[in-house]
Design a protein around this ligand. Structure first.
Ligand SMILES: [Zn+2]
Length: 414
């Protein structure tokens, strides 16, 4: 079989799953506060495991608490997997992560009900942790365990906001940190993640769904500019070594560079600290961050290089001492071209209007790319909001996304 007619995804079931899952960590009217290894997280993973069983999937919990639901394939082989993360921001909303957790399960359930056993194994997964919202350095804990990217010292080294180690957090829910290597998988062929867009592009385009062509490369610079602290009235402009003036020129220059590159290049100056921070003093030091992103690896390299050239040129011309460190550097992660083609065919087959888009945010898929082919489906976010209780996606859009997912899994596994 290679084609499907309209795959029936029950909107009432989708809505019920979203609302029931949102009870675990419910925060205010629409928020969810569900950090990894918390009692709310335990409740949510138990519920997910129960739903997987009800759908006729074989349930397995791995060494870090990822929950897997599997449909064996009649011909065996590597698995086709769909899922996302079950943890949230503090507080986040009902959709970030959870949508892909629920979407993968509902897609498998619909396929099994209609077509029975697949040819190749299909799995749905609730990844234990992605947000870093309890243990800031843990980010992607679930997918990093699957890809073998958690170091032996990490469990005792990574600390939470209450100074507990993640090893302690694991033990509290009955997991043994020494067994983390057992979570590794080398039998996954493809990973498809459904996720909310978290930006305004689909809404602006009037479309429910996007097929994601890749995940952006991200580099964070922490830049320090040093000059000479002096009196704001007594020192002529032409005799100053003013790091604030250098900062202003660099900030405006890097932002302008990304603007002139056009979408999807983005550069943000999000933090600045001046020393001293006084109205009548030329500061001696200004420290600031530059966050630069592009999903195309070559364009990413060009964007970083032009930012670095600009910073060096401004610092030299103004006689400032400058240093920087890159404290975050994730390479761009292009989606698998074959999967992108499959997702597009599936969307056309389901008559779901869509566009192609790169992801400006990081996702589990970029970790999973180390062991599997990856691609993502985005669902329209109201006002582009996320990481807030106000995030919202309509059931119609979510159903459209799950249909595309289910039809893609059908093409790959049946
Ligand atoms: Zn997410």
């Amino acid at each position: 079989m290679s084609t499907t007619d309209d795959i029936a995804i029950d909107p009432a079931l989708v809505e019920r799953f979203i609302m029931e899952m949102a009870r675990f960590g419910a925060h205010g009217a629409t928020g969810v506060w569900r950090t990894v290894y918390s009692p709310e997280w335990v409740g949510a993973t138990d519920l997910y495991a129960r739903w997987c069983e009800e759908a006729g999937l074989t349930v397995k919990r791995d060494a870090v608490g990822n929950v897997w639901g599997r449909l064996d394939g009649t011909e065996g082989g590597k698995a086709i997997v769909s899922g996302s993360h079950i943890d949230t921001q503090r507080p986040g909303g009902r959709y970030d992560g959870t949508l892909g957790v629920i979407g993968g399960l509902i897609a498998l359930r619909a396929l099994k009900e209609r077509y029975g056993a697949p040819r190749r194994p299909l799995e749905a997964v609730a990844l234990c942790e992605e947000e870093g919202s309890r243990f800031p350095a843990a980010g992607w804990w679930g997918s990093r365990a699957i890809t073998g990217r958690i170091g032996p010292e990490d469990p005792d080294r990574i600390r939470g906001l209450a100074d507990e180690t993640i090893a302690q957090g694991m033990r509290e829910v009955g997991l043994d940190p020494a067994r983390i290597p057992e979570a590794r998988r080398d039998d996954i062929d493809a990973f498809i993640e459904l996720h909310i867009e978290q930006g305004p592009i689909l809404e602006q385009a009037g479309l429910p769904v996007a097929v994601v062509t890749g995940i952006t490369g991200i580099r964070h610079y922490l830049v320090t500019l040093e000059g000479t602290q002096n009196h704001a009235g007594a020192f002529p402009m032409d005799m100053r070594r003013d790091p604030m003036a250098g900062f202003a020129e660099i900030a405006s220059g890097v932002i302008d560079t990304a603007h002139r590159c056009g979408r999807p290049a983005v550069t943000t100056v999000g933090r600045v600290e001046a020393e001293p921070n006084m109205p009548a003093v030329i500061p001696r030091r200004v420290r600031f961050t530059v966050d630069a992103r592009h999903p195309d690896p070559a364009a990413c390299t060009r964007l970083y290089a032009s930012h670095e050239r600009l910073m060096q040129e401004v610092a030299a011309r103004r006689g400032l001492d400058m240093s920087w460190e890159t404290f975050l550097d994730h390479p761009a992660c292009p989606s698998d071209p074959g999967l992108v083609a499959t997702l597009q065919e599936a969307a056309r087959g389901q008559k779901v209007p869509f566009m192609l888009m790169a992801s400006g945010a990081g996702h589990d898929s970029q970790q999973m790319a180390a062991v599997a082919k990856v691609a993502m489906i985005f669902v329209r976010s109201k006002d582009g909001r996320s990481h807030t209780p106000e995030e919202f996606s309509s059931i119609e859009d979510i159903v459209a996304g799950i249909k595309v997912l289910a039809a893609s899994l059908f093409r790959l596994a049946y």
